[in-house]
Design a protein around this ligand. Structure first.
Ligand code: ATP
Ligand code: MG
Length: 418
C-alpha cells in the first residue's frame, strides 16, 4: 500500500461538492467586482520567487519545493500565487491595456511546512490581484471582496485586522527603531531572528516562537513611523472601510510573511479554528512588479486559504452546497427492461434531468434500497406490466406516492414536479 504524502489531502467524491460551492461563490463574487480569472503554471523558475517573495522570508528559506529539471533548470512549485501573476502581467504586457487589471486565481500552493491542523504541504488558495491603482479605495475594494465572500458563505465571526508597514522611505527609520529595540534583547531570541536583525528586522515581528513573540509585543509600531504620504494613505483606507461599514481593528503586529508588501497589510482572522486562524491575508505591494523585472506598477491583493475557510465553515456548523442526488433512479425488474432503462436514462439526461439505473445486477428490493441511499427524488420502476404498456411506475421518494406514467411523457412529468 502506497500512502498519500505527508501534509497532503484527498478531496473525496462525497466531499467535492463543498469545494465546488466555495469555488462557485468566489468566482461569482470576483465577477461582481470586475475581476477575471488568471491561470499561471504550477511551477516557475526558482529565481522568480527569490526575487518576488524575498530571500529573507520563511517561504524562500525553508518551505519551497525546489528541484532541478532534466534540462538543469532550477524549478519551484508555486509557494504562493502572487509572483506568478506578476510575471504573467509583465510577460504578456497587460500593463498596456487600460488599467486597472483586476484578476483572481484559484491555485494549489506548495510549502514544505510541519503538517498540523490548518497547515498542509499542499493547500489551495483563492487570490485576488488588482494592478495599476495607487488609490486607497483599491485597498478597500479587495478587503470588501473578501468580506463579501465571507458574508455570502454566512460567516460573521472573522475579524479584519489591518496595519500599514509603510514604503521604502519610512521603512528606513522604522528599521533603525527596530534594531535599537531588539539589539539589547536579541540574545534571548531564536537563531532565525538573530539572522533577521541585520538582514530584515521587520521579519522578526512575524516570528512564531513564543519567546520571540513575547519580546515583539512591546516593539515599536510601524504606524508611528509612517511618512506623510503613507500616513494619509492609511487614513484614507480606514475612512473607506468605515464608509462601507466594514468593521476592522488596527493591529500594529500584522506585518505578513512575505517581503513584497508596502503600506496596507491585512488579515481576516477566525477565533474558532485554533492557532492557524488566519483565513485570508493580503495587502498592497507597490514594489513587486519592479522587483521581478517589470516597470513600477502599484498593486493590491490577498490570498485566502480554502482549506482554512472550510475549517471555519465546519466549525460554525454552516452547511454549504448540496451533495449529489439523482433526480430519477430507474429500477428495471426484469432482464428485458434493462435496455429500456438505458434509453429512458439517456432521454432524461438529454433534457437536463440527472438519471441513473442499476448496473450492479441488484435485486429489485436492493435497487430500491440503493435509490433511497442515493437520495433519489423519484424511482422509475419498469416491471412486466409497464414493459408491455410502454409505461413506468414512478414513485415519489419523498411522499411515497406512486403513479403510472407513459414512457414518452416521463420528461414532462418530472419537469412538472420541479
Ligand atoms: P501563516 O501565518 O498561517 O503561515 P502565511 O502568512 O504563510 O500564513 P499567506 O502566504 O499569506 O500565509 O497565505 C494566504 C493564506 O493561505 C493564509 O492566510 C492561510 O489561510 C493559507 N495558508 C498559508 N499557508 C498554509 C498552509 N501551509 N496550509 C494551509 N493553508 C495555508
Ligand atoms: Mg506561513
Amino acid at each position: 500500500m502506497i500512502n498519500i504524502p505527508k501534509g497532503t489531502k484527498d478531496v473525496l467524491p462525497s466531499e467535492s461538492y463543498k469545494w465546488h460551492y466555495i469555488e462557485n461563490t468566489v468566482r461569482e463574487v470576483a465577477r461582481l467586482f470586475g475581476a477575471n480569472e488568471v491561470r499561471t503554471p504550477t511551477f516557475e523558475h526558482t529565481e522568480l520567487f527569490l526575487r518576488g517573495v524575498g530571500d529573507t522570508t520563511d517561504i524562500v528559506n525553508k518551505e519551497m519545493y525546489t528541484f532541478e529539471d532534466k534540462g538543469n533548470r532550477s524549478i519551484t512549485l508555486k509557494p504562493e500565487g502572487t509572483a506568478g501573476v506578476a510575471r504573467a502581467f509583465i510577460e504578456n504586457s497587460l500593463f498596456n491595456a487600460p488599467q486597472p487589471t483586476k484578476m483572481y486565481y484559484i491555485t494549489p500552493v506548495f510549502r514544505y511546512e510541519r503538517p498540523q491542523a490548518g497547515r498542509l504541504r499542499e493547500h489551495h488558495q483563492f487570490g485576488v490581484e488588482f494592478y495599476g491603482s495607487f488609490a486607497p479605495q483599491a485597498d478597500v475594494e479587495v478587503m470588501s471582496l473578501a468580506k463579501s465572500i465571507f458574508a455570502k458563505l454566512g460567516i460573521k465571526d472573522l475579524q479584519l485586522n489591518i496595519n500599514s508597514i509603510g514604503c521604502k522611505s519610512c521603512r528606513k527609520d522604522y528599521n533603525k527603531a527596530l534594531k535599537d529595540y531588539f539589539s539589547s534583547k536579541i540574545d534571548k531570541m531564536c537563531s532565525t531572528c538573530k539572522d533577521r536583525l541585520d538582514k530584515n528586522p521587520l521579519r522578526i515581528l512575524d516570528c512564531k516562537e513564543e519567546t520571540c513573540k513575547a519580546i515583539v509585543k512591546d516593539a515599536p509600531s510601524t504606524i508611528d513611523y509612517l511618512c506623510d504620504d503613507c500616513k494619509s494613505h492609511h487614513e484614507s483606507v480606514c475612512k473607506g472601510l468605515t464608509s462601507i461599514g466594514l468593521d476592522y481593528v488596527v493591529n500594529p503586529r500584522i506585518v505578513r510573511g512575505l517581503d513584497y508588501y508596502t503600506r496596507t497589510v491585512f488579515e481576516f482572522i477566525s477565533t474558532g479554528i485554533g492557532a492557524q486562524g488566519t483565513v485570508c491575508g493580503g495587502g498592497r505591494y507597490n514594489d513587486l512588479v519592479e522587483q521581478v523585472g517589470g516597470k513600477s506598477t502599484p498593486a493590491v491583493g490577498f490570498g485566502m486559504g480554502i482549506e482554512r475557510l472550510i475549517m471555519v465553515l465546519e466549525s460554525l456548523g454552516l452547511s454549504f452546497g448540496e451533495p449529489y442526488a439523482p433526480e430519477v433512479y430507474i429500477a428495471p425488474m426484469c432482464e428485458e427492461a434493462k435496455d429500456i432503462a438505458l434509453v429512458i436514462a439517456n432521454n432524461l439526461r438529454a433534457n437536463g434531468i440527472s438519471a441513473e439505473f442499476d448496473i450492479m445486477d441488484r435485486s429489485f428490493k436492493a435497487q430500491m434500497k440503493y435509490a433511497d441511499k442515493l437520495s433519489a427524488n423519484f424511482v422509475a420502476i419498469i416491471g412486466e406490466d409497464e414493459l408491455k404498456a410502454d409505461k413506468v411506475a414512478i414513485k415519489n421518494m419523498k411522499t411515497g406516492e406512486q403513479e403510472s406514467v407513459e414512457r414518452d411523457k416521463l420528461v414532462e412529468f418530472i419537469q412538472s414536479k420541479k
